[in-house]
Design a protein around this ligand. Structure first.
Ligand code: NAP
Length: 303
């Protein structure tokens, strides 16, 4: 199946292009980007021009930041093409509902991808937790914004979600593996004086689960989820890729490189089945944190 990529930036080049190059399902036929391109692939700067020139492209994958993504998504759906969205699926929940309705009306697939749910240890963690009761838990998601998002001012602007851009990955895993639904109780948001979105956040969730999200971590990076249950202790480390039970590694791989191949395999299956996958649970928790969160102004941040 022929696919186009829109927004040739960091994640497109780091993950989407390699995943598509090795995919048995997809042929990357076109790109749309104001400045980026992929060698050997037909490049456009305008999405409508690409859609007109490439009736063979049945699927479009959007790798843009969340704020500019909606208009591009509408163009893709109106052209009757299947749509795959990077996480988070939009800047607001209401716009994603609009996209879901439009996809249904057009009879095409929409896939809100959550790459961390494809991490190597997540399915095994979900299976191990099934039928157990979670008593307590903690998420520690601390990474270096300068390493993973160099110069990306959009991420600390309104709609960029700040530290929830990576933090939503943890919440996407949590909402996938927990045997019972979780909701937000309180949130504290640290917003730099010269920015609009939080650079750090602390959440209290039901089931006595806390989350410590921070974009200012230098040195070793931490992407851990730990859950205490009635039948033992589960830890997912390396962003969901390593699974430990009671301190012993039981599953997973020490690599993040399986996530995007798995996402594109899932998208291929959805298109073949005429199905869609649009789970907004992680984004609801983030929206609730912005609704309930107590804001503190912290030191200005510059890249
Ligand atoms: P990025 O490199 O800053 O942006 C991606 C591309 O989007 C840019 O190359 C740019 O392409 C286009 N773009 C940026 N702002 C735009 C605007 N206002 N209007 C139109 N196009 C615009 O961002 P990224 O890191 O790839 O992240 C993109 C998405 O992937 C985000 O939702 C992020 O959460 C997700 N993601 C990122 C990472 C990561 O590690 N960085 C990991 C997983 C998921 P042109 O200027 O060439 O048009």
């Amino acid at each position: 199946m022929r696919i186009a990529l829109v927004g040739i930036g960091k994640i497109a080049l780091d993950q989407h292009v390699p995943a598509l190059a090795d995919s048995p399902d997809w042929d990357l036929a076109a790109t749309v980007s104001r400045s980026g391109s992929v060698p050997g692939v037909d490049a456009f700067t305008d999405i409508d021009a690409m859609l007109k020139a490439h009736p063979d492209v049945g699927t479009v994958s959007l790798c843009l930041p969340p704020v500019p993504r909606f208009d591009a998504a509408v163009q893709v759906l109106r052209a009757g093409r299947h749509l795959m969205l990077e996480k988070p699926p939009g800047a607001t929940l209401s716009e994603v509902h609009v996209l879901a309705d439009l996809a249904r009306a057009q009879g095409v697939t929409i896939f809100a991808s959550w790459h961390s749910r494809m991490a190597h240890g997540v399915a095994a963690a979900k299976a191990w937790l099934a039928g157990k009761t979670v008593h307590k838990g903690r998420i520690i998601w601390r990474e270096d914004i300068r390493k993973w998002h160099p110069g990306q001012d959009w991420i600390l602007a309104a709609g960029g979600m700040g530290v929830f851009d990576p933090g939503i990955n943890a919440l996407s895993i949590l909402t996938e593996i927990l045997p019972a639904p979780v909701h937000l109780r309180t949130a504290e948001l640290d917003v730099p004086a010269n920015r609009q979105a939080p650079i750090a956040a602390r959440l209290n969730l039901s089931q006595d689960i806390t989350a410590d999200l921070d974009f200012r971590q230098e040195g070793p990076q931490t992407w851990d989820i730990e859950l205490q249950t009635d039948a033992g202790h589960l830890a997912l480390r390396m962003g969901g890729n390593l699974l430990e039970v009671d301190g012993t590694r039981v599953d997973g791989q020490d690599s993040i490189m399986g996530e995007y191949p798995a996402l594109y395999a899932r998208m291929a299956g959805l298109v073949r089945d005429g199905a869609s996958d649009l789970d907004l649970a992680p984004m609801v928790l983030v929206a609730d944190a912005f609704t309930l969160g107590q804001r503190t102004t912290v030191d200005p941040f510059d890249f």
